[in-house]
Design a protein around this ligand. Structure first.
Ligand SMILES: NC(=O)c1ccc[n+]([C@@H]2O[C@H](COP(=O)([O-])OP(=O)(O)OC[C@H]3O[C@@H](n4cnc5c(N)ncnc54)[C@H](O)[C@@H]3O)[C@@H](O)[C@H]2O)c1
Length: 272
């Protein structure tokens, strides 16, 4: 199976690394193109993949192509290409819908929202497929994504909220952890920020492992940690007062950003 990747930024490079690391794809089966050639050359130093000279050249020689450019770059790029109808086009862009993709490609299209944690073969890739997909194409996509983490098929109307739980989450969690560490050091300046960060990372890994291995619910873990009348209970009370409002705002603002992006994409599509 030949797989194309157009755009080798954070997510395009992650896909190359994850597909190779998982063994899902042999490097020789990958055909890549990036606007700046240097990124492709750097990857080539580690993986024996093929570098195409143009995006069109990628599309001419693959069964499935992952387009990993920014949301506003996807449709203009796809419009310049003559993509064989048998080629399955997968967009990873937030805000670009299946209908948008179907307006620029006569063949099968899918929307995937990957996550950077797939470079560790962990995390959730969201996917939604067009009705044009054959069952083989759908199974192939699901298989590829399940090799680099959990492949979660999802209705398009749910994908934006789910993106915040899966794809944005590593960045959001890092932001939460930084704020957690900074607050600890503000409280106790003798504590080093580096040690505070290390303690949180190890604790987060332990927490996730415990939840998963013992199949604990969040409420069960809370009960195990929070001694009745103890310290953690007090911390949870504070979180219960402050976090719901903050998380509601987070989902509202990221939904607004998705809406803004979709409007720009539709405006762009109607003027092209
Ligand atoms: N970063 C994430 O965690 C993440 C997660 C899910 C989805 N996405 C989506 O992935 C896409 C890329 O995001 P990113 O964070 O990797 O951005 P990025 O800016 O790191 O990468 C974009 C890459 O596309 C290349 N590019 C631009 N136009 C091109 C063209 N015409 N032909 C070939 N290459 C071209 C750029 O040179 C760059 O290397 C976005 O649409 C984003 O919504 C990102």
């Amino acid at each position: 199976m030949n797989i194309g990747i157009i755009g080798l930024g954070s997510i395009g490079q992650m896909l190359v690394k994850a597909f190779c690391k998982s063994g899902a794809v042999a490097p020789e089966e990958l055909v890549v193109f990036n606007r700046t050639r240097e990124k492709a050359d750097n990857l080539r130093a580690a993986y024996d993949l093929k570098i195409a000279d143009t995006a069109q050249a990628v599309c001419n020689q693959v069964d499935i192509v992952f387009v990993c450019t920014k949301p506003l770059e996807i449709l203009p790029l796809l419009r310049t290409l003559s993509i064989p109808a048998k080629t399955h086009v997968v967009s990873v862009a937030a805000g670009v819908s299946i209908a948008d993709l179907e307006s620029v490609h006569t063949g099968s299209v899918s929307k995937v929202i990957p996550t950077v944690t797939s470079s560790e073969l962990r995390g959730v890739s969201l996917f939604a497929c067009s009705e044009r997909l054959s069952s083989e194409q759908r199974e192939q996509l699901k298989w590829l994504l399940s090799r680099i983490g959990v492949a979660q098929e999802i209705a398009e109307e749910e994908i934006e909220t789910a993106t915040i739980l899966t794809s944005s989450a590593p960045g959001l969690i890092a932001g939460i952890l930084e704020s957690y560490a900074q607050a600890a050091v503000r409280k106790t300046p003798a504590l080093s920020i580096e040690i505070a960060r290390e303690m949180l990372v190890e604790t987060m890994l332990g927490t996730a492992t415990l939840l998963q291995n013992e199949k604990l619910g969040f409420d069960q873990l809370i009960e195990r940690v929070a001694t009745k009348g103890g310290i953690t209970e007090e911390g949870l009370r504070v979180l219960g007062k402050t976090l719901p409002k903050g998380f509601d705002e987070l989902f509202d603002m990221t939904a607004s950003k998705h809406d803004m992006l979709k409007q720009m994409i539709h405006k762009q599509n109607s003027t092209l």
